[in-house]
Structures are given as structure tokens and as C-alpha cells.
Ligand binder design. Sequence first.
Ligand code: COA
Length: 372
Amino acid sequence: MSIVISGTGLYTPPHKISNDELVGAFNQYVTEFNQQNAQAIEAGELEALKPSSSEFITKASGIENRYVMTKEGILDTKKMMPLTPQRNNDEVSIQAEMAIGAAKQALEAANKKPEDIDLIIVACSYTQRAYPAIAIEVQQQLGCGGWAFDMLVACSSATFGIMNASNALEGGTAKSVLVISPEIASPQINYRDRDSHFIFGDVATAVVVEKEETATSEHAFRILAKKPMTSFSNNIRSNFGHLARHTPEEAFEGDKLFVQQGRKVFKEVLPMVSKLIDEQMSLAGIEKNDLKRLFLHQANINMNTFIAKKVLGRDPIGNDAPIILNEFANTASAGSIIAFHRFHDDMVKGDKGIICSFGAGYSAGCLIIEHI
Ligand SMILES: CC(C)(COP(=O)(O)OP(=O)(O)OC[C@H]1O[C@@H](n2cnc3c(N)ncnc32)[C@H](O)[C@@H]1OP(=O)(O)O)[C@@H](O)C(=O)NCCC(=O)NCCS
């Protein structure tokens, strides 16, 4: 049975923050902190905080901008977190709102109506609550039938979600699936941490996955191969969870937010991902020259260039391995799907590509696709 990705959607949040704006607020915080603690710093009891720089961020990561659902609070040195108003239970939740925005576009692109969908998978790094599932709220709001569930695999959520969708279609538990990744990543950022204050942005992506025999869209991509993998690592962690209230004095400590050993991640994830892609290409009988495009996870431009070079055996040129993280920053599992959404319109029958995610867990997901 052939399974295809037949439509994509992208919801872009309403607010933008440039590197300069973010660094301006961070450096103001650093000045205030160092002034307030001048005596302790002078006495050698406390280390002075160092300023951040836009040049460093762009050079080290490729990020120039990010979108956020709530800008208020992020640039305020007394708050340094998004102050998202709580919504009542009878209002649509913020994450469902993002998901619905992306899902409607994906449905349109796939020539599908909500009633055609009988499985919704919300696959992302964080859900704003444990239950009821965001996916079930989206199912109700869109008017879809069938069933729905949430799943979390950090940056590989979207690719693992597509693989789960494909398995459900093959197993006969669904006929048409929406996989939605509403990544509301800004609340997990420690905006007072120089190493990571610039990394994430918010966004939502959606894809329709269905059997080839039911697909009618202009751009449908057959899944030729799919492979998920995981390998435990403490190098990227976020410890926030419902058990945090058991130690209320530590409930908002830095380890409850996103923390990573960026260099180690770089060194360990690159060979892991290169091997995964290599193996999948061999299994599928795909040569490097057969590949039209690499839709890679968007965490770091230097990582993407490294992987693209390894896979293609040469420097990537033009749109070989499109980068969107300059505009969106790291959007967790949505990154490779944004690249796919933005850069597949010029692909034609027979063109092959790879969608590959990688990140916390560690986790990595590789999909080899072909335009039908
Ligand atoms: C986070 C990341 C961009 C940092 O880039 P890096 O090149 O590794 O930078 P380092 O942390 O080694 O720091 C290099 C120098 O810049 C400095 N620096 C760190 N943050 C800075 C900032 N915001 N502004 C200015 N300088 C900064 C460091 O202090 C260090 O200075 P030193 O050499 O004097 O000690 C990069 O490691 C990365 O993207 N890693 C992979 C992340 C990833 O894929 N994660 C998956 C998550 S989904």
C-alpha cells in the first residue's frame, strides 16, 4: 500500500522579534544585574554576566528572527517571559488555535474536507495541558470524525507523527490523517540565559497523510521509506512537568526550562543523523544524485550544511537544502516541515527528497519521499 503526504499548512504567529531587539533586552538585563550586584562581583563572590550579541547568534546558529504568539513580557527585564493570558475552558486554547490555522491550509492543499479526516495527531514538543488532548479539541473544532491523540517526541514529533499516521493507514485504523505540530516553544526559553535565549520561535505546521489511491492534490509525495530512532541523552533537557509542584521552591528553576550542551549535541547528533540518512538511502536504493531536496531539521545552519554536504557529497547550492531558521529560529519539530511546505511547489513527478528531524531524546526521524 502506498501512503502519501498530500497537503501542508503553516500558521505563522502574529509577533516578530529580531536578534537586535532580543539582544537589546538581554544586555539591558545584564547591565541591571551587574549594577545591582556590583559589590559581590567586585568582591569576587559573584561572576559578572556577559552580554549577548546579534553577530554571534547569526554566525553560530543562522537565526536572525523569530515569531512568537505573545511578545508582551519577553523584552521586559523584570519579566523576561511571554505573559500569555489564560483562557477559559469554554474558549479555544491557544495551541488548538495555532493547530487549526495550519490544519485548514493543509486540508485545502490536499483537497480534503474536515469530514474526510478520521484521525488527528497533534505531534509537538510541549502540550499546554495533559488532557483533554489538544488533538481532540482540534477534532471537535474542525468537525472531524474518528479519533485523535497527542504525542510528544521533542524535535522529532512531526516526523514520528507522520510515521504513526502512515502506520494507522496501513493498519486500517484510519483513512485520512492530519498530523499537526503547534510548537509553542517561547515559554520554555530562559530569556536570561546567554547560551540559549535566542534559540526558539513559535509556529504551527500541518500535513495531510492518506493512501495514494484517495489523493487528488497537485503535489502529493509518496513515502518511499520511513525510519524513526531514539538514543537516550541528558544533553538536551526540559524538566518541567506536573511533579514540579512537589518541590514548589524549585518549580521555576532554570532546569525546568530548555537547557542544552550545544557543542556536545552538535558532535553526537551529526554522525547519528548522517548514518541514519545513509542507511535509509541504501535500503531504498537511492543515490545522492537522485535527491532533489533535503528538508532538514532547523536548529543550526552549520549543522544543516554539514549534513547536506555529507549526504550530497558536495556543497549544497540553491534550494538543495533550504534554510528557514533565519526567519523562524528553531521551531522544534515544525522546522523540517516548514522547509517542506515552503520549498516543494517546484518539484515534479519523480523528484525525490528527504525530510529529516533530529533533536532531544536524542531522537531522529527520516522520511524518503517522491513526488507522484
Ligand atoms: C547553541 C549553539 C548555537 C551555540 O554555538 P557554539 O558555536 O556551540 O557556541 P559555544 O556555546 O561553543 O560558545 C562559543 C563562544 O561564544 C560565547 N557565547 C555563547 N553565547 C553567546 C551569546 N549569546 N552572545 C555572544 N557570545 C556568546 C561563549 O561564551 C563562547 O565563548 P568562549 O569561546 O570565549 O568560551 C550551537 O551549539 C548549537 O546550535 N548546537 C546544536 C543545537 C541543537 O541542534 N539542538 C537541538 C535542539 S532542538
